[in-house]
Design a protein around this ligand. Sequence first.
Ligand code: ADP
Ligand code: ADP
Length: 225
Amino acid sequence: PPVIELRQAGLRYPGPPPFTALDGCDLTVHQGEFVTVVGPSGAGKSTFLNIVGLLDIPTRGSYLLDGFDTVNLRDRDRTALRGQRIGFVFQSFHLLPHRTAVENVALALVYNGTPRKARGDLARQALLRVGLGHRVEALPTTLSGGERQRVAIARALVGGPSLLLCDEPTGNLDTATADTILGLLEDLNQAGMTVLVITHDTAVAQRGCRTLTIRDGKMTERVKE
Ligand code: ADP
Ligand code: ADP
């Protein structure tokens, strides 16, 4: 099945006054796609990300993740599905400052039942995948911005997600570093990972195989020729 299948999905905040932040969103994303989402501030990008990331439940329509109906799940099943299938990458890296790179990555495995002894090895492998095999014992404060984001990407990957969901992943990086991080996301995508990047940067958006636009809660797709 597709990784993401949204059908007439919408979210209306009850208010008062009620406000429709996402309306009638239809989207199918298959495994191995690299999708970017653009739109001005307040357009509904975070609302969309929260729905796709199983942090919010649509008030209308349906959302299947890897073929699982997510709308009617119990909260703890939704949380478990999120932990198994979604890797999050944020603009600010959210690393624990007093933990080494490998510890930061391994922590992502604490709540999904990975045996303690396996966590370190899996974390090292994830750091190798992002090109940080030589920095596994480094503290975040000794790493550059780009290296910190690599640690955060390793943390998102370590649990073997089916979807990498990135919210302004280059927003805190200079242009050259942003370019290397986008290159890494492209490499991971080439290796089969499904990647979705939310950005307000049109240059970043152009790196996707597909670019979606959200404006006033409505999603449209410009088909590339
Ligand atoms: P209707 O619009 O059919 O009169 P209601 O206003 O009673 O239905 O809303 C039913 C549910 O659907 C509520 O939870 C509401 O928040 C949600 N809802 C209504 N319109 C939308 C929309 N355009 N997008 C997303 N959710 C919506
Ligand atoms: P973006 O991420 O594109 O900046 P958001 O998804 O954060 O947009 O917000 C979309 C719209 O929904 C905005 O107009 C925002 O003001 C509104 N919104 C966000 N959260 C709430 C809320 N809890 N209640 C009501 N409106 C909200």
